[in-house]
Design a protein around this ligand. Structure first.
Ligand SMILES: [Zn+2]
Length: 66
């Protein structure tokens, strides 16, 4: 999983120091008190701090948009 980063380089400053962060119980959660949590993964530039990418950890848990 670690070698599948969708971002390799910061598009803002050109830095390649990509950091990962997680946020739990984010505002976009659709259900409270989920045991697995609705974690959001962030990829952050370690140089300028820009958020380069974000995704949810368990996308299949969200309802399909119609
Ligand atoms: Zn940057």
């Amino acid at each position: 999983m670690m070698n599948q980063l969708p971002v390799k380089q910061c598009q803002h400053c050109g830095g390649e120091d990509i950091r990962v962060g997680w946020q739990q119980d984010a505002l976009v959660t659709f259900k409270r008190n989920g045991l697995l949590g609705n974690r959001i993964k962030f990829l952050i530039c370690g140089n300028c701090g820009a958020i380069l990418y974000q995704c949810v950890a368990e996308p299949h848990r969200f309802p399909r948009a119609r």
